[in-house]
Structure formats: C-alpha cells, structure tokens
Unconditional design. Structure first.
Length: 202
C-alpha cells in the first residue's frame, strides 16, 4: 500500500500509487483552462499526483500549497515534487482548507470528487465520491476558500441547479469553461471569479 510508480501524463512525470487517483480526462480539461500569472499564490486542493500544482509552479506561481485528505495522495504529491527542482511549495494532509488559518489565495485549483456517490471504504474512494448531489465536497470548498480565480470541474451527473445556486449566492461568476463528453457524461472545467476579490489584472 502506498508504493509509488512513475507515470507520464502529457509530458509530466508523476507519482501515483494504488490509493491515488491517476490523472485522466478531467485533469487534462483543467490543465487546458488554468491560467497562472507570474508571482501568484496558489493552492491545489485534492492534489493527488500533484500535477495541477506542479503546472502552476512551472507557469510562475510564487508558492503552491498542495492539500489532500488522502494520506497516500500526499505521499504521491511528495514523490512527484521530488522529481523536480522546485522548493517554493508545501504539502499538507488535510480535509479541504480546514488546517489553514489563511484561506486567501490568488488562485485556487480543485479537481473535486464529482460522482453522486458516497464510497469512503477506501482512500481512493475520496477521489470520486462527491456526496449525494455530486457537488457536496465542491460546495464545501467554495464556501471556505477566498481567491481571485478558482479553477474546478463538475459533471453532467451532478445536481447543477444546486451548484449554480451556491456559486451565485457566494458572488462568483463563471468566466470561462471547457467541456468534454465521455459516453453519457459531460465534464465541464470552469474558471470562476468573485467580483469582490478580482481585479483587472486577474
């Protein structure tokens, strides 16, 4: 359990183990939509292999905090980062942002669990179990983080009326989106901004 193996995903060398989510179509959608400006402070929640936070560092983020509730995923992130020369990051085993006093960032990234299931008998299950609505975990994240830009993702299988209601209530607006249909499911990656925290340079 937790033995790492190295995989390559769109040119990135990454570590995963049997309890860590392996990057897939949802990961690629987020890679394609994320925009990082040089010097920005970034948090990646649900880091898994660490690929999205790694991408932020490559694009010039001043610091990245990697967070995952799954202890085996944080080991994968640690292993991945050992393959690169960055030092301006922290890796934390934590539920969402519960362990942080300062929850304000320039950019927040979250590839959330988005299936409407509750399968928590194994750590890997936390990677896809989004609760009964499919967006329960995502909603908790949105309610706790403060960022100029947030990059995340949802599925057509989710309770989208509930998600959009929460986004509106929190003062966010969706500014960009990318989608991919896989069989009967459509995944949509989004960039959302909060007008109270965004500025013209974001």
């Amino acid at each position: 359990m937790g033995s790492e193996r190295i995989v390559e995903f769109y040119g990135y060398r990454l570590c995963i183990n049997e309890e860590t989510y392996e990057p897939s179509d949802d990961t690629k959608l987020l890679l394609d939509i994320i925009k990082i400006n040089k010097g920005e402070k970034v948090v990646e929640v649900g880091s898994g292999s660490g690929i999205l936070g790694l991408y932020a560092l490559i694009k010039g983020a001043s610091n990245v905090i990697f967070i995952d509730i799954n202890p085996y995923a944080t080991l994968s992130t640690l292993c991945t980062m050992s393959l690169y020369n960055f030092t301006n990051y922290d890796i934390i085993n934590c539920n969402l942002l519960d362990c942080l006093r300062n929850k304000e960032f320039d950019v927040a990234i979250f590839n959330p669990p988005y299936l409407p299931v509750e399968e928590f008998d194994k750590w890997i299950g936390y990677s896809w179990s989004g609760g009964k609505s499919g967006v329960d975990v995502l909603v908790s994240f949105l309610k706790s983080v403060k960022a100029r830009r947030i990059y995340t993702l949802y599925s057509s299988l989710d309770d989208l009326d509930y998600l959009f209601q929460v986004i509106n209530e929190l003062g966010y607006r969706i500014t960009r989106s990318l989608e991919k249909t896989i069989g009967f499911e459509t995944l949509t990656a989004i960039e959302i901004k909060n007008d109270k925290t965004s500025n013209s340079g974001a």
